[in-house]
Write a protein that binds this ligand. Structure first.
Ligand SMILES: CC(C)(COP(=O)(O)OP(=O)(O)OC[C@H]1O[C@@H](n2cnc3c(N)ncnc32)[C@H](O)[C@@H]1OP(=O)(O)O)[C@@H](O)C(=O)NCCC(=O)NCCS
Length: 181
């Protein structure tokens, strides 16, 4: 298997991050089993800010020099600043026991899917968080389209389903938590 490194995202990665996000955008009326469902893709400016404020990683194909996927995570102190009154983030902040980290997006380009990049992202995240954080949270869409592949990835990584919430009028999100030792 090729060597994929997980490194911190840099400002030069923004264009490729947007490209990956756009390529994984799906409509809730589709038959897909994974994807960024009706996701409003952040602008380049927003991604730049998120890279400097969050724990933002990319999976990097070392032989081709190519970014294969990304994961962006935020500690609770920066969540309000970045997401404002986002109902999903608010629900996580209410349910979580501070200090937490919240995974906002995990996405890999289609051609790099199924080779286990998510577990590499999670290992790197947990290594960096160390004992500075009690819980990691993530949210995925359950309705109108269930993100089955993401649910499988989260449960494989040791996350458990905690609760579901309704948000943005017609969506149900599942909130998942992993306890850190
Ligand atoms: C979600 C995502 C990151 C997973 O990446 P990946 O490369 O497929 O992850 P993995 O290699 O660990 O494989 C996924 C696992 O899900 C399983 N899976 C795939 N489709 C599935 C389905 N329909 N139902 C249940 N499990 C499924 C696979 O069998 C695999 O498990 P295994 O390793 O035990 O065989 C990727 O599919 C993706 O980028 N999706 C689009 C973006 C997205 O939806 N992100 C999540 C919301 S932020």
């Amino acid at each position: 298997m090729k060597d994929y490194l997980i490194r911190k995202a840099e400002q030069e990665d923004v264009e490729r991050i947007i490209e990956i996000a756009q390529s994984r955008l799906v409509s809730s009326s589709s038959n897909e089993t994974t994807g960024l469902i009706d996701y409003p893709i952040p602008s380049a400016e927003k991604y730049s800010r998120r890279i400097s404020q969050g724990l933002f990683y990319v999976a990097y194909d070392d032989s081709w020099g190519y970014v294969a996927g990304f994961m962006d995570i935020y500690r609770d102190e920066s969540l309000k600043d970045i997401f404002g009154e986002d109902p999903v983030v608010n629900a996580v902040l209410e349910a979580g026991q501070s200090p937490i980290a919240y995974i906002n997006t995990l996405a890999v380009a289609k051609e790099f899917e199924g080779i286990g990049l998510p577990s590499r992202f999670f290992s790197r995240l947990e290594e960096d968080l160390g004992k500075s954080c009690k819980q990691i949270w993530a949210a995925i869409v359950l309705e109108p389209l269930r993100n089955k592949r993401s649910a499988a990835v989260l449960s494989k990584a040791g996350f458990t389903f905690e609760e579901e919430i309704r948000a943005f009028e017609r969506y149900t999100f599942g909130l998942y938590k992993k306890l850190m030792n």
